[in-house]
Design a protein around this ligand. Structure first.
Ligand code: LFR
Length: 464
């Protein structure tokens, strides 16, 4: 009988169940289940389907049972900022609206009448993003105050799934930090800020640290999936998990967690909540072991994923990259332009941007992809320059982890634009980081350095 751990890693476009086993000091992974995800329009808003997602979480658990590989623990990680409000009977209040929905339009201005952006940054260390939990809650306060009144608890997305699995409500630190409501200094909710904003404090539970054992599978879940195991809180923000799996030694390491988003930054012991840092668009997200992820959010592969969906031919990402590599179009877009956040057509949004800025308009799939990939790589180079300025350090290698690290063409461009060595992999970084915390939680590894050593020895890393 093996000693298995199970990561449920849910991204914006798909989810997967990955089993890990330690064999001769190496982590061996097996993907046992995969499912689709995405925001769909419901009642005029872009929403996640939590019921579907929870069914799929259980389907993946059933698959483990079928394989006879029963994990000793399971942990869920997801994207950041989204949440549910629950009433007295633990029913979700309202729709499970996702962060790309436009309900937060105008909410920055509302919040600014209460507290300035500068003060918010100094208190939370988290950079302004229109979709942050703070602005979503403000939108609810404006349009559905009755939900806030009826709410007994708030849970971030992975907290909610941990609750459905175990029956225990926890608010895990790394995902909580994405809300822009956690104090960078204390690591707990900024209770004073919650008061100022008029968000009911009683719905927020004190923050729990990754590695906390939430409990065991609820009886009904056990009966349905056919076994019991522990439910452990990982670094349940996917980026928090991914960064744990960066296969590098030492402190001065630049990473890009590359998926739907590209998150580029460094790990630090102290947050930088200065105004200079705020002005250069860096955020301080909470990490495992009170480490901060000092990083910039870059629109990432969302742009190419969206273009791919709009194609009439069925091309793989590899084929799209091959087409792009043949093109010489020099147009560059600002990947973080708001027009790329949730356009009806990404193809048109990229074309419009190029036309607006007097650049050659991409027409073919290859041209479109070339513009997107080159723009991303250029954005990485600009971000690296800012990082070096803000930290006063030089970084000779860029570590790309996550699904996007498979894109050889983009890695090549990243090396070209940054002029640095690029290390690519592991591709399953998020699941690996999720599993790492389970293994830290039960004492299999003593600390982050030990688990990162194991990760380095276990997975294939490529260099450019
Ligand atoms: C990546 C990610 C980013 C966060 C964005 C929205 O999947 O978690 O870190 O900024 O999604 O939640």
């Amino acid at each position: 009988m093996g000693n298995y751990y199970l990561a449920v890693d849910i991204g914006a476009s798909s989810g997967r169940h990955i089993l890990a086993e330690l064999k001769n000091g190496r982590m061996e992974l097996e993907e046992v289940y995969r499912f689709q995800n995405g925001m769909q329009e419901r009642n005029g808003a872009l929403c996640w389907d939590h019921e579907y997602l929870f069914r799929e979480i259980k389907n993946g658990l059933k698959k483990c049972k079928e394989l006879g590989k029963i994990p000793q623990s399971v942990s869920v990680d997801t994207w950041g900022v989204d949440f549910v409000l629950l009433d007295q009977e633990d029913r979700v209040l309202g729709d499970t609206v996702g962060y790309r929905d436009s309900r937060t339009q105008g909410m920055t201005e509302k919040v600014e009448t209460i507290i300035s952006q500068e003060e918010l940054y100094q208190r939370t260390g988290v950079h302004w993003q229109l979709y942050n939990t703070i602005y979503q809650l403000e939108a609810i306060k404006e349009t559905h105050p009755e939900y806030l009144e009826a709410a007994e608890s708030i849970l971030m997305t992975p907290d909610y799934f941990h609750f459905l699995l175990s029956g225990e409500k926890h608010m895990e630190y790394t995902i909580a930090s994405t809300s822009q409501l956690v104090s960078a200094a204390s690591g707990d909710w900024d209770w004073e800020l919650l008061d100022l904003l008029g968000f009911p404090k009683k719905i927020f539970r004190p923050v729990s640290m990754p590695g906390t054992v939430a409990g065991h599978l609820r009886k009904e879940v056990q009966e349905e999936v056919g076994f019991d195991c522990k439910v452990v809180l990982p670094a349940s923000h996917d980026t928090g998990s991914a960064v744990l799996a960066v296969p590098a030694k030492g402190e001065d390491v630049v990473y890009i967690s590359s998926g739907t988003w590209s998150l580029m930054g460094v790990e630090r012991k102290e947050p930088d909540c200065s105004l200079e840092s705020m002005e250069s668009d860096f955020t301080n997200e909470g990490g495992y072991d009170h480490r901060y992820r000092y990083l910039r959010n870059i629109m990432g592969l969302w742009m190419i994923q969206s273009v791919k969906k709009e194609l009439t031919e069925d091309l793989s990402f590899g084929e799209i990259c091959a087409l792009a590599a043949k093109e010489s179009i020099a147009s560059i877009v600002d990947c973080n332009d708001e027009s790329f956040m949730a356009p009806k057509s990404m193809t048109k949004a990229v074309q419009d941007y190029c036309s607006r800025t007097g650049q050659q308009v991409p027409r073919t799939t290859g041209e479109l992809a070339a513009v997107i990939y080159n723009s991303l790589a250029k954005c990485y180079a600009d971000t690296l320059a800012h990082l070096e300025e803000n930290t006063g350090k030089h970084y000779d290698t860029v570590y790309v982890v996550g699904g996007g690290s498979k894109a050889g063409y983009l890695n090549e461009l990243t090396a070209k634009y940054t002029g640095r060595r690029v290390s690519a992999g592991p591709t399953e970084a998020t699941a690996i980081g999720n599993l790492a915390v389970q293994m830290l939680s039960d004492g299999t590894f003593a600390d982050v350095d030990a688990v990162r050593d194991c990760i380095r020895q276990s997975f294939e890393i490529k260099e450019w």
